[in-house]
Design a protein around this ligand. Structure first.
Ligand code: NAP
Length: 249
């Protein structure tokens, strides 16, 4: 029996990077995967086909996680398409708009908070009723080590990721009595398209500073999600798991 056999999962922002890695690992573990993107349609449709080939139900949806109404409509459509149950929500969609505070434009602060943090409110609220009725659910929020320790040049991003941790712990307290668990993952330096934009010398410096001496892979994060999504973590809620090669140690 696969760990997520027949479970319905929603992943936001899975057209590339960590989201794609989670979708692949979840499909291999028997989950039906509904996932979103905001603009990358071609890779999203390719991923849909790739997941279906693994023998599960999979569907890509264009939906802006920062929009409350689009998130509500998305969840209604997923419920219709996937047979009325949502077992797992992964709030993964995120962006960076880095700058020193002195140079940071108001719109760059606002858009990062809306896409990274407000999205978590939108999506969690949208699935809440279904999970309450089921008396079961697992919500996983993709925070960051930066949300735990801060980072110069990322006030907007760090604030959004720290906000996700407070949100996670509060949802765990509110919904625990209904068997709905909520946990966060704080990835360290994971090598994806988001990090490809960075200077190679800087990246090598980061790798050298990590106790395990390498950047993480999307699979490293997907495996942590697998733990939180499955019954292996049935007695774990309100936690933040650093998946960072020891970076914060
Ligand atoms: P990525 O490669 O840039 O992918 C981001 C994903 O989010 C894409 O699928 C993108 O879809 C989607 N997205 C962006 N804005 C969206 C919106 N408004 N609505 C719906 N989807 C949206 O990023 P990543 O590196 O995989 O990161 C994934 C998550 O992990 C993020 O929350 C990030 O903050 C977090 N994280 C990453 C690292 C790292 O080192 N990579 C470290 C710590 C935490 P489109 O292409 O269609 O816009």
């Amino acid at each position: 029996m696969k760990l997520l056999e027949g479970k319905n999962v929603i992943i936001t922002g899975a057209s590339r990077g960590i989201g794609t890695g989670i979708a692949q690992v979840f499909a291999e573990n028997g989950a039906n995967v509904a996932f979103t993107y905001s603009s990358s349609e071609a890779p999203a449709l390719a991923l849909e086909k790739e997941l279906e080939a693994k023998g599960v139900k999979a569907k890509a949806y264009k939906s802006n996680a920062a929009s409350f109404s689009e998130s509500e409509a998305l969840v209604a459509k997923v419920l219709e398409d996937f047979g009325g149950a949502i077992d797992v929500l992964i709030n993964n969609a995120g962006i960076t708009k880095d700058n020193l505070l002195m140079r940071m434009a108001e719109e760059d602060f606002d858009s990062v908070i809306e896409i990274n943090l407000k999205s978590v409110f939108n999506m969690t609220k949208a699935v809440q009723r279904t999970m309450l009725k089921q008396r079961k659910g697992s919500i996983i929020n993709m925070s960051s080590v930066v949300g735990v320790k801060g980072n110069a040049g990322q006030t907007n991003y760090a604030a959004s990721k720290a906000g996700m941790i407070g949100f996670t712990k509060s949802v765990a307290l509110e919904l625990g009595s209904r068997n709905i668990r909520c946990n966060a993952i704080a990835p360290g330096f994971i090598e994806t398209e988001m990090t490809e934009k960075l200077d190679e010398k800087v990246v090598q410096g980061w790798r050298n500073g990590i106790p395990l001496k390498r950047g993480g892979s999307t699979e490293d994060i997907a495996n942590a999600c697998l733990f939180f999504a499955s019954d292996l973590s049935a007695y774990v809620t309100g936690q933040v798991l650093n998946v960072d090669g020891g970076m914060l140690t």
